[in-house]
Design a protein around this ligand. Sequence first.
Ligand code: 5GP
Length: 182
Amino acid sequence: MTKLTVIAGPTAVGKGTVVRYILEHHPEVKLSISATTREPRPGELDGVHYHFVSDAQFDEMIKKGELLEYAVVHKKHKYGTPRNPVEEAIANNQQIILEIDLQGARLVKKAMPEANLIFIAPPSWEELGRRLAERGTESPEQIAVRLETAKEELAAQAEFDHVVVNEDVAKCAQDVLDLMQA
Ligand code: 5GP
């Protein structure tokens, strides 16, 4: 059974909600906490949602080889997966999920071909735009950039091992769990 599951998909598709649902119902599954140079959103906690670091700290992590993969996402901030927790989880035979972007997913597959890559897709393009606007956390300019990235990401779904449509959170989470345990 593959221990490493990479979950990617366009902005506002509901990846975070699906992942939270999985963790709530399966506390034995671990989630990789990424490092990022972006500012925390209201309610986000350092060390819980992300490790919020400065640009210099992030570059230091790269230099020391502490990141399994990293990428500049939405043309702005750096995001990366700390290597140690992933290697530890695999060594301890624990399931671990990485919720990262398309570039990161490609890099992980290259570094660890046994990784299971799952793409979460929206029911439709229109629905994706609606969910993003509804979230209300991004400015119109940020929304435009995110939709541009989303177009590129949707075009790459064939590179993934599996595609799961997020119509309903519980159903999507179960589909992902089934794939993790297959
Ligand atoms: P957000 O700023 O909305 O939390 O995340 C923006 C994007 O960064 C999402 O697509 C998310 O999957 C991606 N992301 C989060 N952590 C990582 C990471 O460690 N590596 C990469 N490559 N992307 C990440």
